[in-house]
Design a protein around this ligand. Sequence first.
Ligand SMILES: [Zn+2]
Length: 156
Amino acid sequence: MKCRVCREPAIIDIRRHNPSFCSGHFRKLCRDQTAKAIAQFDMLQPGDRLLVAVSGGKNSLAVGDILNELGYDAEGCYVGLGIGDYSDVSAEYAVRFARERDLTLVTQDLLTEHGFDLPHESRAAKRAPFSFCALIERVTRPFSLTIGSKPQEVTP
Ligand SMILES: [Zn+2]
């Protein structure tokens, strides 16, 4: 399997686009697709203050990375939800990622800074954890907010 652009060994085969790409050309494809979507849907304007909600997973971290590569001033925001080891490990990924790229990362810990956490609050509110995350997003209105994982999580 070879990159369709440079014929170097491919690292990914994207069925939607049919071809395969090496690391460099896959990153270029992601940047180009992101820039195209931002322009097509008039999503962001130069100078917008961006806050990328990062979970520590590859999707949200990639969104922050790509937006900064495209020249946007995108800060990261990690919210410690209190989901045991999952939250500890994901926080480590987010902090390390931001440090390696010299990106600003705002962190909040629900339990220590706000007196509640996701497992207890979602049980008390009888809401699914993801609908609770939507509530958190609505409180961050001063920023243009994006999340990389699922379209329905993006604040309109
Ligand atoms: Zn290539």
